[in-house]
Design a protein around this ligand. Sequence first.
Ligand code: DGL
Length: 268
Amino acid sequence: MQYKGNIGLFDSGIGGTSIWKEVVTHLPYENTIYLADSKHAPYGAKSKEEIITLSVKNTEKLIQLGAKIIVVACNTATTNAIDYLRKNYDIPFIGIEPAIKPAALNSKNKTIGILATKGTLNSTLFQDTSEKWTQGTKVIEVIGEGLVPLIEKGDLESTVLKKLLKSYVDPMIAQEIDYLVLGCSHYPYLIPLLTELLPKEVTIIDSGLAVARQTKSVLTEIKALHTATTGNHQLFTNGDPSILEKVLVRFRESVTPPPIITIKKLDF
Ligand code: DGL
């Protein structure tokens, strides 16, 4: 197992940068490598076998680029492929799953909504977790069909996007949810729109911070924390690098001292 090296992360595209930002903020001395597999997005409607094949490809690329740990920054890949990855690669994997446990435990109305991909909602891992933690809670599951392709185009605020999102959350609002779980790492980019659409009593939760904390805890446990003064971050996309640039502008400006970030096109 390789302990010196980078935190590797991958997603079907730009969405996993919502997790990457939490990792960079929480672990500022680590170097990271992020793979945005935009060429194959969306993963959400693909079969389990296809998702495993793509996750294997991304994992091998990250290992080749010097990853010491891999964060599967994609709910669809985690729920469909992480068991396979853990069985076949001698490197620690951190996964991301919809935060239904805290939502169900804290819901006063005992009614929660979850917006995720078809691949995540249909997975055995999600269904088992949901069954375990949501006894006595009504869970309204909605597939966010069409959202990821719009976000992948860099569209975070168009009327088309807002209308589509409204059609997904309105039935949840009608059933008086008090928690909305974002079960796809692309969806934190929709929080500004969701805040406009949802009543203020509804709490939106995602799993980014939990993933960053878990990554730190595993690195501490295996004594693989990096101690550089500033992290160096390389983001690779097989899609359009300008979209990654666009979604990261605000983050780049918000962190002091500014992290060293390079965004490049890569065929993988
Ligand atoms: N961002 C991913 C997730 O968390 C995948 C979305 C997709 O490619 O459909 O599920």
